[in-house]
Design a protein around this ligand. Structure first.
Ligand code: TXA
Ligand code: MG
Length: 308
């Protein structure tokens, strides 16, 4: 069911949940101060309680109301990349419930860029918890129609068009002033972060991808459509998939454009292809290109078989 921004504000004030557009993927949003809404998020997504939620804010001031100790590097990153697809893990304070963080001492914080999401958080003046608006382990939605396909009429959605980024935010934690760990790659890449920091006094900071024990949501199976996908690496530059009988779609060879259409492309093939299984052909060269790691990480989890 599509609803207006005004309807969404009412739902959220009453402790209900709504699906809202962000620039990365659609989120299933509820007030962090409503126990009812938080429970509904987990129930609707069929998400285990051990998988913590990201909290969305509309300003750095709001982020600071949820975590007390911000160092200069964290503030620099927030000011540089917010609003935008960067999530920063911070020690939480008493305003953040254990239900949100799965009892972890830390909370994931992000200021989204999509004007509808930002406006709603600003008007409510309340942070919103919002995991991607899909069932646990399934492909994230990048249009309002994807959300309706996922939850039918059970979840009201504000239609904010197609998500411009298309894959989930980069998640990082500043462990100390010389050490940043990236728990989930995103369109803000390790290279982007390195380049940005190279012009500052933090230029020597170590920046590494890390599979974190404290990011319990990062399971091996994730982003999965209903039909199994076999991924075949190709020697030429082909990245393609049959989305309907005989209709082949090619993934653009530009990282931002590829990220924008990746999930649509998987969802369309899952819904419309008459085959029982899906096959995705992916260029071996891009697979081994570190810039494409955000896409590779999604595909490694979305595909049930990879043929090298
Ligand atoms: O782009 C995004 O981040 C989207 C949009 C809606 O904002 N949200 C999103 O949320 O991708 P979700 O719940 O699908 O993914 C959140 C990830 C999970 O893997 C979870 O384990 C991790 O963030 N996470 C949450 N809190 C954490 C924490 N305190 N420490 C480490 N990882 C955390
Ligand atoms: Mg998700």
């Amino acid at each position: 069911m599509l609803i207006t921004i005004e309807n969404a504000l009412e739902y959220l004030k009453q402790g209900n949940i709504v699906a809202l557009p962000t620039e990365t993927v659609y989120g299933l949003a509820g007030s962090i101060y409503s126990h009812n809404a938080l429970e509904k998020i987990f129930l609707t997504k069929e998400r285990p309680l051990f998988d913590p939620l990201i909290v969305h804010v509309s300003s750095l001031v709001m982020a600071k109301s949820l975590s007390d100790s911000w160092n200069g590097l964290e503030i620099f990153l927030a000011e540089k990349f917010w609003p935008g697809p960067l999530t920063i893990i911070k020690r939480k304070n008493h305003n953040v419930s254990d239900l949100i963080t799965a009892s972890l001492p830390s909370v994931a914080l992000r200021m989204p860029q999509h004007p509808i999401m930002l406006k709603i958080i600003q008007e409510l003046n309340t942070p919103l918890a919002a995991p991607s608006a899909n069932k646990f382990k399934s492909t994230s939605p990048t249009t309002a129609l994807h959300v309706e396909d996922e939850f039918q009429s059970n979840v009201p959605v504000v239609d904010g068009g197609e998500c411009s980024v298309g894959i989930e935010s980069t998640i990082l934690e500043v462990l100390d002033l010389s050490n940043i760990k990236i728990y989930r790659p995103g369109i803000i890449t390790k290279e982007d972060l390195k380049n940005t920091l190279s012009q500052t006094s933090w230029k020597n900071v170590s920046l590494e991808y890390s599979v974190s024990e404290v990011a319990p949501g990062q399971l091996k199976e994730h982003y999965r459509p209903k039909k199994p996908i076999t991924l075949r690496l190709t020697e030429d530059n082909t990245t393609s998939m049959e989305i309907r009988d005989g209709i082949i779609q090619h993934l653009p060879l530009n990282l931002s454009l590829a990220a924008r259409c990746l999930y649509s492309y998987i969802r369309e093939a899952d819904k419309n292809s008459t085959t029982k299984e899906l096959t995705l052909y992916f260029s071996n060269k891009l697979w081994n290109d570190s810039n494409w790691f955000p896409i590779r990480e999604r595909l490694e989890k979305a595909c049930s078989k990879i043929i090298y």
